[in-house]
Design a binder for this molecule. Sequence first.
Ligand SMILES: [Zn+2]
Length: 398
Amino acid sequence: MSSSGFDAFSDTGAAVAGEAACQAFVQYLRKRGRGQRIAARRIAADLQLDEDTVQELLELACSPEIGLLERATQVRCPCCDERIEREGLLAELRLKGECLCRGCGCSIDNPAELAEVDIRYRLSDAADAEVDACQRAVAAKPVMRAVVLCALLVELRAVRAQMEACGDVGEQVVAGGEIYLTVTLAGEHIAWEVFAACSERSNPAAAASLANAVNSFKPEVALFVGVAGGIPGKVGLGDVVAATTVFDYDQGKETSSGYEPREVQLHSAFDLTQRALHVASSEQWKVRVKSARTEIDQSFTAHVEPIAAGGKVVAASRSPTAELIASIAPRAIAVETEGAGFLAAVRRFKDVSGIVVRGISDLLDGKKASDRAGSQERAAANAAAFAFEILVRFQKPR
Ligand SMILES: [Zn+2]
């Protein structure tokens, strides 16, 4: 929709005030109706932005090219001292050759020369119509629920950043004390209610969290989103892997002749794997990374491949665990510690589709150096962007 004033504003406003401030401002405007007056100071307080930034954004929104807002200058009636709007008086004057104070009814000769008391703003007719059309489109979409789980603070931050780009993030505490962030996400085909929580770092913890989330929110879709170690030569730092299959490498038997691994495979849901393939086939999801971070580094790609999950953080490609993974899950391109528990738990709920989405934060060797270089933040942001793109594009079968 290139004719959208809000889109045009977002493109220009981000350069003026930064992506986050601009998005917050847009969300704010989208919640106002045509009649509501908007004051600069009030926006600054509500959005915790400095007043100069707000003023710049307001000027931009009022500019003829954007046309989202129009000024509503407050002046006082010279007879009764009532506050009236200059623009209304001027319009009336143009139309009828005379304008009257709504308070006392006296005729005001020259509204352009009255001293201004305050400047307010209100949505233009075009912006109001756009908000209206958008609300009607959202109301027409089926409502579905998605749960997004992660296990580390850096992952939760990335998920939260994606949620904040969607709208106002709320909070819900469920029995047992688990805290969920909540947001409404307007997907292309689905109006999502998204619930996100941070569990602990292990397969059993991820399984428990998923079960708790399903019982609390009855979601149709569940995603585990976070970082993983990549198998060297198969992936690069910052790449995203949407798991088709998670190999649980911890299952096996210790015998007198050694350890006999048992191959346990858990599969992501077919509909979500399909969606992940289509998201990965285009570069569009990377735009979402930009919205959550200022620095843009696009030298990463997305894969839809198997991964491995177990109890250990694998920090060396020549470790016994890395060798075990290579022998029982040779197709795995990443290693992590929650995906198997998560998918094993998803399987128990027939109405829930699940998928694991991972960003590559290290390549097993040199993990500490990679983590220090901020690769966890990058990997988590990329994984969260990819996961939210899956939700945005998701469509129910006809
Ligand atoms: Zn008056």
